[in-house]
Design a protein around this ligand. Sequence first.
Ligand code: SF4
Length: 77
Amino acid sequence: MSSLKIVHDRSRCIGCNSCVCIAPQTWMMDEKEGKVLLNESVQKGNLYVADIFEEDEKANRDAADACPMRIIKIEKH
Ligand code: SF4
């Protein structure tokens, strides 16, 4: 596990599916809610937070750049 974490503001997700296409190892569509789930995340208030593997950093940075709502943040611990 790396020292990186993803922070997802799920309440603002529009379910466009871009992040799932780019980083399917990290994101999963919840068809019922029409929003994505951040795999293995924990909820902190309105946000969902998960550690990511170093090898998944590039894909998730691309996913963050592609997100039209800009609600995927990658942070250092
Ligand atoms: S790219 Fe952004 S808005 Fe689209 S499904 Fe992923 S988190 Fe939601």
